[in-house]
Design a binder for this molecule. Structure first.
Ligand SMILES: *Cc1c(COP(=O)(O)O)cnc(C)c1O
Length: 370
């Protein structure tokens, strides 16, 4: 059994993918070819936003979102203490300072009351200028944007949605990618919508921000690429990756439904022994990961049982961001974000992908409970 089974996905989608790749080989427009724009229009429509801009990867998508808003040295950017490294790395890359905020133990997303406290602490200290919030939709479920937007408005902060794991997720009628002033996603192969290499996108309904992103992804180009009006990056979504994504996007709604079925299968049988993912009313997860923690015993015992039955498992994440060595100079300490620290010590994730059969779900459950 695979944790994420891209081979099985390829078995299903191979003819469509090969057709799309072949088109690109024929026309030869490898950089910003027609597939990129075709995909951008479909992505914007899917997410219900004005603009989607294809970029090199999810990390660059976050960096570009911050660059477009001129975030830089002296700025404090609040983000979740429990995420993939890139959520905070992007903040440091533009020269700003990440401020780590504790999470909610049920949703694994940023805890709004902790966010209020962190903003107050930065204002009291008076050293940094509170500028933005990078809210992460961890494991595929959107963060609490109603509360986050309220807090952001009170303090004149802008919100960036890190939707690297949540493409396809929903809050009410709104899709992931539509939250905040600007959103970022990743098409890394293992994400809900993945390509066959690196890729990402920035989403916004703000025309000015979208124009800036389109300039920034091509070295800060002006009227043409030899007219440079700002310092940017070389970060475009490859035409070949866009072609692959176009084929995969067609299957995506069915895949999302299949992921939901897997999650429901796990939920029904694991809730007595594990803290299962809590999806509050109105929310829909994209089920990038199915993450649980044991009610009794340690995750190591359970992971050993799984391994004994040939079932892979993984830990996202073993270390909260404020305790990462790369951020040591920010002076993070143990006890700073106790919920994130506790989750880092107890969570583990089960195989999750749309081509998992119900028999395989049964095997995972039996390996865990047996
Ligand atoms: C994967 C991921 C990223 C970075 O995306 P890449 O495409 O790998 O650069 C950023 N944030 C989160 C939460 C992620 O899971």
């Amino acid at each position: 059994m695979q944790f994420v089974d891209l081979k099985r996905q390829l078995e299903h989608l191979r003819p469509a993918i090969e057709r799309r790749i072949n088109d690109v080989l024929e026309h030869g427009k490898f950089i910003l070819g027609p597939e990129v724009q075709e995909l951008e229009l479909l992505l914007a429509e899917y997410c219900g936003v004005g603009h989607a801009v294809g970029v090199g990867n999810g990390t660059d998508a976050l960096v570009l979102a911050l660059m477009a808003n001129e975030v830089g040295p002296g700025d404090a950017v609040f983000t979740s203490a429990f995420s993939f490294f890139a959520s905070a790395e992007a903040i440091s890359l533009v020269g700003a300072t990440p401020v780590f905020v504790d999470i909610d133990a049920e949703t694994y997303n940023i805890h709004p009351p902790a966010l209020v406290d962190s903003i107050a602490a930065v204002m009291d200290e008076g050293r940094l200028n509170p500028r933005a919030i990078v809210a992460v939709d961890l494991f595929g479920m959107p963060a609490d944007y109603a509360q986050i937007d309220l807090i952001a408005n009170q303090h004149n902060l802008f919100v960036v949605e890190d939707g690297a794991q949540s493409f396809g997720g929903q809050l009410g009628d709104l899709r992931a990618g539509s939250f905040g002033a600007i959103a970022a996603t990743s098409f890394f192969p293992a994400k809900p919508l993945g390509c066959f290499g690196d890729g990402g996108a920035v989403f916004t309904s703000d025309d000015l921000l979208a124009d800036r992103i389109r300039s920034l992804r091509v070295h800060g180009k002006g009227a043409d690429k030899y007219d440079n009006i700002r310092i940017g990056l070389n970060s475009r979504l490859d035409t070949l990756q866009a072609a692959i994504l176009l084929a995969k996007l067609e299957a995506f709604p069915d895949e999302l439904a299949a992921r939901r079925q897997v999650a429901t299968g796990y939920n029904e049988r694991l809730r007595d022994d594990f803290v299962i993912p809590e999806i509050p009313p109105g929310y829909r997860s994209a089920w990038a990961q199915y993450t649980i923690r044991p009610r009794h015993g340690t995750r190591e015992e359970y992971r050993r049982k799984l391994a004994g039955h040939g079932v892979p498992s993984a830990i996202y994440y073993t270390k909260p961001l404020h305790l990462q060595p790369a951020f040591a100079d920010l002076g993070g300490w143990e006890g700073q974000c106790p919920v994130a620290e506790q989750c880092a010590q107890s969570v583990f994730s089960l195989p999750m992908h749309p081509y998992l059969t119900m028999e395989e779900v049964d095997r995972v459950v039996e390996a865990l409970l047996g």
